[in-house]
Structures are given as structure tokens and as C-alpha cells.
Design a protein around this ligand. Structure first.
Ligand code: ATP
Ligand code: MG
Length: 457
């Protein structure tokens, strides 16, 4: 990597320009981790950067030209390259009123959010610039603002959420003055565009321990501001087998899905699977809290929240589906057909995610390790059905619409209904899934229909 950094730096110096490695890449290197991305800061203006790399046949994409950012693709690595920025007026708390460029890296560093993000490495010399004590803060595992937190959060309302995100990602704690400034600047945070909020929220959810970031959000009022439905789960006690209130239960469930293969939809589903509980809670005659049909209310609220955050429809649909299905209770009395119906209802592609959610939910109820073999009987039976290549959808049937046309059934809703009935029959009895048998069954269905028609006449 060092070699590539020297090579890219050589392009800047040959053009009489300065260049520094900045941002997360430097922070991660100081932490002893491999940098995940490479941000460069330079005194070259964006069109100059484009020109000098294009001249050498490297691809350059103007990713954020208004903010002075272009992405240079150099030896298969994407370098986000931003022209030194000067202090600017943040009139609306969202965007600088006008971005102006600076000639000095020091000024550029002074407008960055946290000390750990305001360290620069001069290229190619490797000389470190750390005007705000970022390295010492990284050693202390501390998130501290560059300058006065009240001013900095007043300029850009996303920064408080970024602090919570870094706390969750890095396991660092936040400086007291930083924490104290968040409740006082919530009106600026409220103005931030929902897409920027969503991207930070997503990073919190995909971090090692999302609860760290979410609890900081709660403590500082950001959770109430952005996901009030979740904040409302605080203090909603459940009793029975449950050890935690609904919020702590949801956070613990969310953390537990963290291990391998964690995907955003599972994390979101774990966080919101009980979000309908506060509004469905009732005390029954024996003084026990009930949450009758809470999963329906959870799906409704979950969809509203995810739509508000403008998540893509695929993320919304998958998450809501997982929430809707999270309450299954397997017993060995399930017939093979019941196992097959379960697979069809959940969808083969969602099974692993649903198991992961169910395990997290069960663990987060008591906080005790799960009994050995939890879900393993169900999983074994599901896997067997899948290995047997059973029909789980219309396209696995041994007949198609075309075959049905061949025996005189016209395309249309009636044909759709017959195909669905055929699938139901095959789920009950997989032996029926041959062309011959299904055509016979379909013929009978059609015959019955014709008889009814004749009677009608
Ligand atoms: P990662 O890429 O891992 O999310 P990062 O620190 O590189 O972390 P980026 O969003 O890529 O974060 O931003 C690059 C750098 O730009 C940051 O390290 C920080 O110095 C600066 N920065 C980003 N967003 C802001 C902001 N809202 N206010 C001030 N400085 C910011
Ligand atoms: Mg970065």
C-alpha cells in the first residue's frame, strides 16, 4: 500500500500540488487496523485533479464536485480526493452555505468533526500532522470534537449521530462536553436530511455492538428525535419469562444477531420485532401483561419507520416479512406438510435470517444461553425437505400453465387458482408431483367446475 500511496502522491507533486492522507484511513492505521478506505486532501482544485489523472488515463468520477470531492481510481483503489476546505457558514445546519477552498491543510483539519478524524499524513514524506491531539485521543479511546462541541454541532446536525456511530463501531467513549452538547443542539440535528441520518443509523446497526450507539442516542435525545417509536419502548415491562423492558430486550436481540453473516434486514427486524408492544399492551384479569397480536402492529410501525427513513423497498419488505414471521413455535407435532408450508410461507431465501432473528429473540428474553439444539430439529427437517427438492413454488410443479392449456384450461385467474390448488395438493402429498398425476388432478378440478356451470344453467 505504501508503494501505491507514494505513486499517487508523485502525480500530485509532479503537478506542484500537496496531498495528504486523511480521515478514516489514518484513524484506522493509528488504531493498528487495516484502513478500509482512502481519503485524500489536496490543495489542487477538483478540475485540476480530474485533469492530471485523466491525462495519465486514470478514471476520475466527480462524486461530490460541489463539495470539492472527486474519486480517483488508481491501481484498483478508489481514492476520495477532496480539495482543502475553508471554514464556511452553515446557515441551515445541513450544508455549508458556500464551500470555499483553502490553501492550508491546517485550516482543512480544523473543520473536521472529531480529533481522531483530524489527523493528516503528508505524502510522500509520511510526516504526521495532528494539531488537535487526535492520536492521544485514539490511545484513550475517546471521541472528542475539534473545537467547541456546541459550535460544531450547531454547524452540522449530523455530527452528534456520527459520534454515536463511531462509539458503536470503535467501542470508544464520548467526551463529556460532546455528550452535554447534543441535547442542546437537537433542533439542528432535526434539520439534517433523512438520507444522511439513515446512512449513519445503518452504520450503527451494522457495527459490532449496535446497542452502544443506540443507548447513546437515547441518553442524548437523538433516539426520541429520529425513532420515537423505539424510545417509547423504554419502561414497557413485560414480566413472565421476560427479564428486560421492551427497549432493552430489542437492543439485546439486535446485538445478538451480530456474529457472522449479519445483514441489515436481520438487524432491523431484531430492533423492531416488538415495536408494536407499547400500543398493544393490556392487563388481563389475572394481572398479567398481554400483547395480543403485537406482531401485526410491529409490522405496521416497522414499515412506517423504514419508509420514513427512505430505505429501499427490498429492505423494507424483507424486514417486515421477518418481523411478521418472528413468532413461530415449532413442536415435534408439526407434520411434514406443516414443515413444507412453513418453508413456503417464510421463503427459502429468508430461512437463515429468520432462524437468526428467532435465536436472538429467545436469548434476549432471558439473557440466558439457549438450550442446546434450539431450533435444530426444525432446521434438520427443513433441510431434509429442501434436499428432497420438494415443490415450494409454482415453478417447481411438474406441470406449467402451458400443460394446462393443452387440456383445455384457458389462461386467466381460473388457471392461476388451479395451479395454486395443485401446489397445495403437492405440499400435502409430494408423490403427486408428476406430470401425469397433476394433469389428472387438474382435469378433475376443471371437470367439477364445468359440472357446476351446467347446474347453474
Ligand atoms: P468511514 O469511512 O469509516 O465511515 P471516515 O472517518 O472516513 O469513516 P467519512 O464519512 O468517509 O468518514 O469522512 C471522511 C472524513 O471527512 C472524516 O474522517 C472527517 O474528517 C470528515 N468528515 C466527514 N463528515 C463530516 C462532518 N459531517 N463534519 C465534519 N467533518 C466530517
Ligand atoms: Mg472514509
Amino acid at each position: 500500500m505504501e508503494r501505491i500511496l507514494k505513486e499517487i502522491a508523485a502525480v500530485f507533486t509532479a503537478n506542484g500540488k500537496k496531498v495528504f492522507l486523511v480521515g478514516g484511513g489514518v484513524r484506522d492505521t493509528v488504531r493498528g487496523e487495516n484502513p478500509k478506505d482512502f481519503d485524500l486532501a489536496t490543495d489542487a482544485e477538483p478540475d485540476e485533479v480530474c485533469a492530471m489523472f485523466r491525462k495519465q488515463k486514470y478514471a476520475v468520477i466527480p462524486t461530490g464536485i460541489k463539495h470539492g470531492t472527486v474519486t480517483v481510481f488508481f491501481k484498483n483503489i478508489a481514492f476520495e480526493t477532496t480539495t482543502f476546505r475553508a471554514e464556511s457558514d452553515y446557515v441551515d445546519g445541513r450544508h455549508p452555505q458556500n464551500v470555499s477552498f483553502s490553501k492550508s491543510i491546517e485550516e482543512d483539519l480544523s473543520r473536521r468533526d472529531f480529533t481522531m478524524n483530524a489527523i493528516a499524513v503528508d505524502l510522500p514524506s509520511g510526516r504526521l500532522l495532528d494539531p488537535f491531539g487526535g492520536i492521544a485521543d485514539i490511545k484513550k479511546r475517546l471521541i472528542r470534537c475539534v473545537g467547541n462541541p456546541l459550535d460544531r454541532f450547531g454547524e452540522d446536525g449530523l455530527r452528534p449521530l456520527r459520534a454515536c456511530r463511531f462509539a458503536a463501531q470503535l467501542g470508544f467513549s464520548a467526551d463529556e462536553a460532546l455528550l452535554a452538547a447534543i441535547p442542546q443542539t437537537l433542533q439542528t440535528a432535526a434539520k439534517v436530511s433523512i438520507e444522511r441520518v439513515r446512512d449513519e443509523f445503518t452504520k450503527i446497526l451494522l457495527s459490532q455492538k449496535p446497542s452502544v450507539g443506540l443507548l447513546l442516542m437515547e441518553k442524548t435525545g437523538l433516539l426520541q428525535l429520529f425513532v420515537s417509536e423505539l424510545a417509547d419502548c423504554r419502561g414497557v415491562e413485560q414480566k413472565g419469562f421476560h427479564r428486560f423492558d421492551v427497549l432493552d430486550h430489542s437492543l439485546l436481540a439486535c446485538d445478538c444477531t451480530s456474529t457472522e453473516n449479519c445483514c441489515l434486514e436481520v438487524r432491523l427486524a431484531a430492533l423492531f420485532h416488538d415495536i408494536g408492544k407499547p400500543s398493544t399492551r393490556r392487563l388481563d384479569e389475572s394481572g398479567v401483561w398481554t400483547f395480543y397480536r403485537h406482531e401485526h402492529e410491529s409490522v405496521r410501525l416497522c414499515r412506517l419507520i423504514l419508509m420514513r427513513f427512505r430505505f429501499p423497498n427490498t429492505v423494507i419488505d424483507t424486514t417486515c416479512h421477518l418481523v411478521a414471521e418472528h413468532m413461530f413455535f415449532y413442536t415435534d407435532r408439526w407434520t411434514d406438510a406443516a414443515v413444507r408450508r412453513f418453508i413456503i410461507r417464510v421463503g427459502v431465501e429468508n430461512l437463515t435470517n429468520l432462524y437468526s432473528l428467532r435465536r436472538a429473540d429467545a436469548f434476549a428474553t432471558t439473557g440466558q444461553p439457549l438450550p442446546t439444539g434450539f431450533l435444530s430439529d426444525l432446521i434438520a427437517r427443513v433441510d431434509m425437505e429442501i434436499a428432497e427438492k420438494r415443490a415450494f413454488s409454482l415453478k417447481n410443479l411438474a406441470v406449467s400453465g402451458k400443460d394446462l392449456i393443452g387440456i383445455g384450461i384457458k389462461p386467466g385467474p381460473r388457471m392461476g387458482a388451479i395451479l395454486k390448488e395443485l401446489l397445495d395438493s403437492v405440499v400435502r402429498d409430494p408423490e403427486l408431483n408428476t406430470r401425469e398425476k397433476l394433469l389428472e388432478v387438474a382435469g378433475k378440478m376443471q371437470g367439477n367446475r364445468n359440472k357446476i356451470r351446467t347446474l347453474d344453467l
